[in-house]
Design a protein around this ligand. Structure first.
Ligand SMILES: [Zn+2]
Ligand SMILES: [Zn+2]
Length: 365
């Protein structure tokens, strides 16, 4: 047998709205879970008075109750009959209760998360620029429910266990510990009719095809921001942004420094001494590099404008070739003969050797 709602609140069936509210407030303060952590009896009592007040505070429901002695059924699951405006009622009553967060949580619009997508490209692609399509997995706002998670036409209701705060407080002696409300998982709200399209999540997983345009000259580690292409927002909040992190694959020939490209170029002693025209790699092909006679090992020769395009200005950097002298590991007879003849014919030493010998002579006295 259901107990009489008026009896539960300790008022007569002639009680005014203000009298009802006053009675409920007093009892709710007494039995509120925040003050009775772990007390099952208080919890039951609190539910009872909440249900009674939920019905009697609504003139229509009260009239129905007065006539039939039971609360009007409210949709599937019916029962209590105090959903609807109960959330705001609670916020009203408990506004300053326990120094709470003033009105508790509401369905707040939340911006979607920013996402990052790593895009690996080649150095050639970085030089030429690139337009590519990528598939981004993301959460998108559910359209039918407006990303609220509640079935269209319904609303979430404030959680009765925590008064919409999303947390409950437990007292241990002088210490009050707040923890997430177990009933609503800290949401402060209960979703009684989850949206069927998104199963109450407010968002749905989707694979989104996106066209990405990479400007020529982009460098490794740079990010492009695509505004509004991140995860969808909740409750009408805007979507987040998508950051495309560009990673440039290691190149077989070139290391990069800003607009310049660097390549180690192995050369022989005769090529340095006599000069040579060598076929060298450039991006997308090859080019002729003139090594002047008398070039030194370690020297850097440049092909102007054959490097990477500058990202924010006109023009290109250089392709740079560092001359690496490779001495033969073994000589055949002909090479030995030629080199011995060369050494025999060499009377003058270069400036480095001459300076070295002079300094050494001075040191030894
Ligand atoms: Zn709760
Ligand atoms: Zn939905």
């Amino acid at each position: 047998m259901a107990r009489d709602y008026y009896e539960i609140l300790g008022v007569t069936n002639q009680a005014t709205e203000a009298e009802l509210k006053k009675a409920f407030r007093g009892m709710a303060m007494q039995y509120h879970p925040d003050r009775n952590a772990g007390n099952k009896e208080a919890e039951e009592r609190f539910k009872e008075i909440s249900e009674a007040y939920g019905v009697l505070s609504d003139p229509d429901k009260r009239a129905y109750y007065d006539r039939f002695g039971t609360a009007p059924a409210t949709g599937p699951g019916g029962g209590g009959g105090f959903e609807g405006g109960f959330g705001s009622l609670f916020e009203d009553i408990f506004e300053n209760f326990l120094g709470g967060r003033g009105g508790g949580r509401r369905t707040r619009a939340a911006r979607g998360e920013d996402l990052q997508y790593e895009l690996k490209i080649t150095l050639e692609e970085a030089a030429a620029g690139l337009e590519t399509k990528v598939q981004i997995p993301r959460l998108e706002s559910c359209e039918p429910c407006g990303a609220t998670g509640a079935e269209p036409g319904t609303r979430k209701v404030s959680c009765e266990a925590c008064g919409g705060r999303g947390e409950v407080r437990m007292s241990h002696g002088f210490l009050t510990v707040a923890r997430p409300c177990p009933k609503c998982q800290g949401e402060g709200q209960i979703n009684k009719n989850p949206c069927k399209a998104c199963r109450g999540e407010g968002r749905q997983r989707a694979e989104h095809m996106l066209s990405i345009k990479i400007p020529p000259g982009i460098d490794d580690g740079m990010q492009l921001r695509l505004t509004g292409e991140g995860a969808g927002g909740l409750n009408g909040g805007p979507p987040g942004d998508l950051y495309v992190l560009v990673r440039i694959r290691e190149h077989a020939m070139f290391a990069r420094n800003g607009g310049d490209l660097f390549c180690d170029l192995p050369v022989s002693f005769p090529q340095l001494a006599l000069g040579a025209e060598l076929d060298v790699p450039v991006l997308g092909g090859s080019a002729a590099l003139k090594v002047p006679a008398g070039s030194q090992p370690g020297q850097i020769l440049r092909l102007r404008g054959k490097g990477m395009p500058h990202l924010r200005e006109r023009g290109h950097g250089d392709a740079c070739y560092r001359l690496l002298l490779e001495v033969p590991h073994k000589l055949n007879g002909k090479q030995r003969e030629a080199l011995e003849a060369f050494e025999a014919a060499s009377k003058d030493r270069g400036p480095l050797a001459t300076s070295f010998l002079e300094r050494m002579k001075k040191l030894l006295g």
